[in-house]
Design a protein around this ligand. Structure first.
Ligand code: ZN
Length: 246
């Protein structure tokens, strides 16, 4: 493994992943500052990232940390065991995986500073939705790109799950829905409808998150359905009422 290091992060990587390692240093130097503000972290700790270009090597590394092989889902290509970002990366598409580091880093800091390392407090849809929003991985979904993403997810959601019942494993990604996409949409809906301070305070109010999770998916779908209907109405210079009468 090769190594790149700044005061904020240390990247250990297979030689073929050098481009990604360099891009990760720039991304994390920015994201670590952002996350420290969001979580009110004042201490300085260096974040470690381990990038493997071989999936077996990645899995063996995780098995050795965990001391068992059962809890790592087959689809997992990134974890945050031992407070480190650990990932398998196909060198051919390495730059597409840049945001794995900031995504996993969100999980690490949320677990350490908000959940106080109590895994039983983790509400999966909330944590996964927040990691996707805060990592920057979906920042390109603005305006029409987001609208297209939304309609695509809505079309592919055959069964609407209860968000609080989502857990990693078969109930997270299956033929009926994609738990990552739905979690992201629910968190994005909250970020658009809550004030900044409400949004920030929510992260440590676990009973409120569970309460929201009971029906948030229906509220989210109604909110975006209406939002995009309104946009269509605006485009043609008609009010929603006029459209409904047609
Ligand atoms: Zn995640």
């Amino acid at each position: 493994m090769k190594k790149l290091e700044t005061s904020l992060c240390q990247i250990n990587y297979s030689e073929s992943l050098e481009n990604l390692a360099e891009a990760t240093v720039s991304l994390l130097d920015q994201k670590i500052k952002e996350f420290k503000l969001f979580f009110d972290i004042s201490n300085n700790e260096q974040i470690t990232v381990n990038y493997f270009d071989n999936v077996e090597e990645f899995r063996e590394f995780i098995y050795s940390i965990r001391g068992e092989k059962d809890s790592l889902p087959k689809y997992a290509e990134g974890t945050y065991d031992n407070g480190m970002v650990n990932a398998y990366i196909n060198p051919e598409f390495q730059l597409e995986k840049l945001y794995t580091s900031s995504h996993e880093l969100f999980h690490i800091l949320y677990m350490k500073y908000i959940l106080n390392n109590d895994y039983s407090k983790r509400i999966v849809w909330y944590d996964e939705g927040m990691a996707q929003l805060m990592s920057g991985e979906k920042d390109s979904l603005t305006d029409d790109a987001f609208k297209e993403f939304y309609f695509n997810v809505r079309e592919k959601t055959k069964i609407i799950p209860q968000m609080n019942s989502l857990d990693h494993g078969k109930s997270f990604i299956n033929e009926d829905y994609n738990g990552y996409d739905l979690s992201y949409l629910c968190i994005r809906y909250l970020s658009e409808t809550l004030s900044d301070i409400q949004f920030k305070n929510l992260m440590s109010d676990f009973s409120k998150i569970r309460q929201l999770g009971d029906d948030i998916i229906h509220k989210m779908f109604s909110y975006y359905d209406e939002k995009f209907e309104n946009r269509i109405a605006k485009k043609y210079n008609l009010s929603v009422d006029e459209l409904k009468n047609e």
